[in-house]
Design a binder for this molecule. Structure first.
Ligand code: ZN
Length: 183
């Protein structure tokens, strides 16, 4: 656990980054800071996640070198500071995932169906919860980000190559729609 000696509460320059980017490939650190900083991070990440229509966001996706996850949990956006995996179910399920840092890319990935996780809230209280299904899925995807692991690292090369081809077509179609819409 690192104590942040210098930190800024103005996070306006911390915007969404896209792959490939070195910050998406490095592990961020666990930290101890005051409530003012936590509050600023929570507000900023919640706003960004809404802006980009995401269901989850990790701090390193916005160039922030701290362990924070934002995710929707039962209809509410929850900010998790210093999250930890306590227990993973042996049962794994295959689900399609997307990522804000990889627009248009969708991959079927096998992950545990249930995760028991703990984190600190904005006030520094430790919360422990068991997450199921989609909630567990989003948490594990974002938790991976904090370790510098992208969802593209979790599939075979042939699967990724095929998904990249579909991504390219999808992005080209989206660009054409944009051109048509703009005349
Ligand atoms: Zn992601």
């Amino acid at each position: 656990m690192t104590t942040l000696q210098q930190y800024k509460t103005d996070l306006s320059t911390n915007q969404l980054i896209y792959a490939p980017h070195p910050n998406l490939e490095k592990q961020v650190f666990y930290f101890q800071v005051d409530k003012e900083y936590r509050q600023a991070v929570q507000t900023h990440m919640t706003t960004l996640m809404r802006t980009h229509n995401g269901v989850g966001l990790s701090a390193n996706q916005i160039n922030l070198d701290v362990a924070v996850i934002c995710q929707e949990l039962q209809g509410q956006i929850v900010t998790m500071f210093n999250p930890q995996v306590v227990h993973l179910s042996a049962d794994k399920v295959l689900m399609t995932e997307g990522c804000l840092s990889e627009p248009g890319l969708f991959l079927k990935i096998k992950r545990p169906d249930i995760v028991s996780a703990s984190w600190e809230d904005v006030a520094g209280n430790t919360i422990t919860e068991t997450l199921y299904g989609m909630d567990a899925r989003v948490f594990l995807h974002e938790f991976d980000h904090l370790q510098g692991i992208m969802f593209t690292d979790r599939v075979s090369k042939p699967k990724l190559d095929l998904a990249r081809k579909k991504q390219k077509k999808r992005m080209q179609r989206a660009a054409r729609r944009l051109i048509n819409a703009n005349g």
